[in-house]
Design a protein around this ligand. Sequence first.
Ligand code: NAP
Length: 319
Amino acid sequence: MPSKSPVIVDLKFIPQEVEAALKGAFAGREVINLADVAHQGRALSGIDYAVVWKSDPDLFSRAPDLKVVFSGGAGVDHVLTLPGLPAVPLVRFVDRSLTTRMSEWVVMNCLMHLRQHRAYETRAKAHVWEDLSQPEAADVTVGVMGLGVLGQDATHKLRIMGFKTIGWSRSKKEIDGIETFAGDELDAFLGCTDFLVGLLPLTDETRGIFNAQLFSKLSRSGPFGAPVFINGGRGGSQIGADILAALKSGVLGAASLDVFEQEPLTKDSPFWDMDNVYITPHVAASSDVKALFAHVEQQINRFESGLSLEHLVDRKAGY
Ligand SMILES: NC(=O)c1ccc[n+]([C@@H]2O[C@H](COP(=O)([O-])OP(=O)(O)OC[C@H]3O[C@@H](n4cnc5c(N)ncnc54)[C@H](OP(=O)(O)O)[C@@H]3O)[C@@H](O)[C@H]2O)c1
């Protein structure tokens, strides 16, 4: 019986987490963790599989025989831009824990804006006891851009919290209890949206989509007047300078940003010091590394049994 192909692991995650998750993973198969100095400079030809996140640009020239590439995250923009990416199936990471984490982040941020959390934090620091008028979730329409795995789960959980929820995607979706918009219905969707949530992949079509023109089309008739922008998708989909200008001019009332055009966000970025902006360092939905390896193992088993791979990326669409 031919021996099983090794799997290359090239993940720029927390190294200790990768090492811990590798214990017991990929039974009967050698793992070449490129973070391990023992594998530096090792020949990688003849190997079928690689799991990657922010790989070094020479990975595919070092490993020219890959049959399947696995993304270490739900997004694949970091893989599609790698030099020499072979024309083989690219599988992205879809996982219950990742999906749940993103919905937690989205719901948390919608609630923090709804419940004016920053205003109360500021008052608490100054020992000021003062109540502010309190709209409820049902007074706010949250518009989610991107109704894929993450967007659909987030809309479901936002509804449970009582928010009116609508969504926009490339192709029309039928989702219980949610008004959906597609393609060129974007302006109508924006006109109804008080809190805008970005859960789009970064593609040629979505690059820079969150810009001044788009912000100017959002609803201003919500309980807080100015709309709120919440982005958990990709930084390349937003124009940071336009967000700053919109926050300063009042076109946007507040924002929550997990992703930025340039990461890490530079120390001198004005976003850090803005009262009406919540910042997280691209952690809205980190991949659970153990779950990632279980998913890769499952897909390799399918592939080697002649079954079709799941969660395949459409290379032309870019996601
Ligand atoms: N911040 C974080 O920690 C973090 C973690 C994980 C993922 N993410 C980001 O979240 C993104 C979404 O993940 P997912 O699993 O939900 O992806 P997905 O299942 O592929 O869904 C993508 C959604 O975006 C829509 N879309 C794509 N291009 C569009 C366009 N040009 N116009 C309108 N809609 C468009 C798709 O429309 P269709 O339904 O019509 O195809 C789909 O509804 C990932 O790509 C990644 O960048 C961020």
